[in-house]
Ligand binder design. Structure first.
Ligand code: SAM
Ligand code: SF4
Length: 323
């Protein structure tokens, strides 16, 4: 499926819930948030149907995210069903890892090909300060169990001056002794993210080179996203940078998103999109829904404007969009 600018859209990110078992300071307000009532969420059967409709439109890779996807009941059923859809080549998930270890084997069997585990520090106390929960060991175990199950592991780390600046080298070192790719994501001024100061990728790369030696830009394929990867001397995995703030990658954007309540979002930071839930619940055929999605995708915004106030900016927070 192509948009008006000729970009090929073959990647769908599905948020399965807005609920989460952590409260990362830059993502979720500690005081709680109004959550989507259960009946407003798409059911797992509806999520599966949407995935099948998108596969018919040329989507090849699906990422399941949230909120925390593993707090959604019967999540593994959804992975299994999506795995069986013809045309879907990869299923990834993004998770905080807290509930992952005991499900790793079953997720692998269900067809999960890769997991992005979010980890901003390897210091147990700093972890508890950032997330509000003393669960570092569980995430550590999740990484080990994912590797053991043969699932490709990437770590997502959001460098933030006030929260984890002193933890970044240790997080990077996860890529040294295991085949794990560690990606540093520039903090975006979305929701609580506005209250913190991110660290630019170029400045961090300089620090990493100072600590670990000269990096070689890596041109091989490591996923479908906007990360730039580097090989470091004696590292098994690569270090990557996702730089929405300092380097725009909108001209090669290949993705659209589905929120847990069924809104198709055409860009992370824009409210442009369409409501799929009424169509799914009005008895329309998959063919009719497909036509409407194709028409909507043509209007995918050219680029995001994080650095300016944008009239059409989405007011949703990261855990509501599905980061
Ligand atoms: N709960 C899961 C997790 O943490 O992996 C999935 C959802 S979470 C919203 C997805 C990713 O978004 C995480 O890696 C998180 O660190 C990142 N994230 C959240 N808020 C962000 C922000 N303002 N800027 C950049 N990344 C952010
Ligand atoms: Fe939850 Fe993920 Fe947001 Fe942390 S980043 S609060 S784990 S949704």
């Amino acid at each position: 499926m192509k948009d008006n600018l000729g970009r090929n859209i073959d990647y769908l990110r599905i948020s399965v819930t807005d609920k989460c078992n952590l409260r990362c300071k830059y993502c979720m307000p500690a005081g709680g948030v109004p959550l989507i009532p259960h009946e407003e969420l798409l059911t797992l059967e509806e999520l599966y149907r949407v995935a099948a409709i998108f596969a018919g439109l040329g989507i090849k890779k699906i990422r399941l995210t949230g909120g925390e996807p593993l707090v959604r009941k019967n999540f593994i059923w959804l992975v299994e069903k999506i795995h069986a859809i013809s045309g879907i080549e990869e299923i990834g998930m993004t998770t905080n890892g807290v509930l992952f270890a005991e499900k790793a084997e079953d997720l692998k069997k269900a067809g999960l090909t890769s997991v992005n585990i979010s980890l901003d520090t390897r210091d147990k106390d700093v972890f508890a300060k950032i997330t509000g929960v003393d669960a570092y060991e569980k995430v550590n175990r999740a990484i080990a169990m994912a590797l053991e199950a043969g699932i490709h592991v990437k770590i997502n780390c959001v460098p933030c001056k006030e929260l984890n600046e002193d933890s970044l080298l240790q997080v990077a070192e996860l890529a040294k002794n295991a085949p794990i790719d560690v990606r540093f994501i520039e903090l975006m001024p979305i929701g609580c993210g506005k209250e913190f100061t991110g660290i630019a990728s170029d400045a961090l790369l300089e620090r990493l080179e100072y600590a670990f030696g000269k990096a070689q830009s890596y041109e091989g394929k490591l996923g479908n996203g906007p990360a730039s990867y580097y090989a470091f001397p004696d590292f098994q995995g690569k270090l990557g940078f996702i730089s929405p703030m300092s380097h725009s990658f909108c001209n090669s954007c290949n993705r659209v998103r589905l929120t847990a309540e069924g809104r198709l979002k055409l860009c992370l930071h824009s409210d442009k999109g369409m409501e799929l839930k009424p169509l799914l619940r009005a008895g329309l055929s998959n063919e009719k829904i497909k036509e409407q999605i194709e028409a909507a995708v043509l209007g995918k915004p050219k680029e995001h404007h994080f650095t300016e106030e944008q009239a059409e900016a989405d007011k949703r927070k990261m855990f509501q969009i599905g980061g």
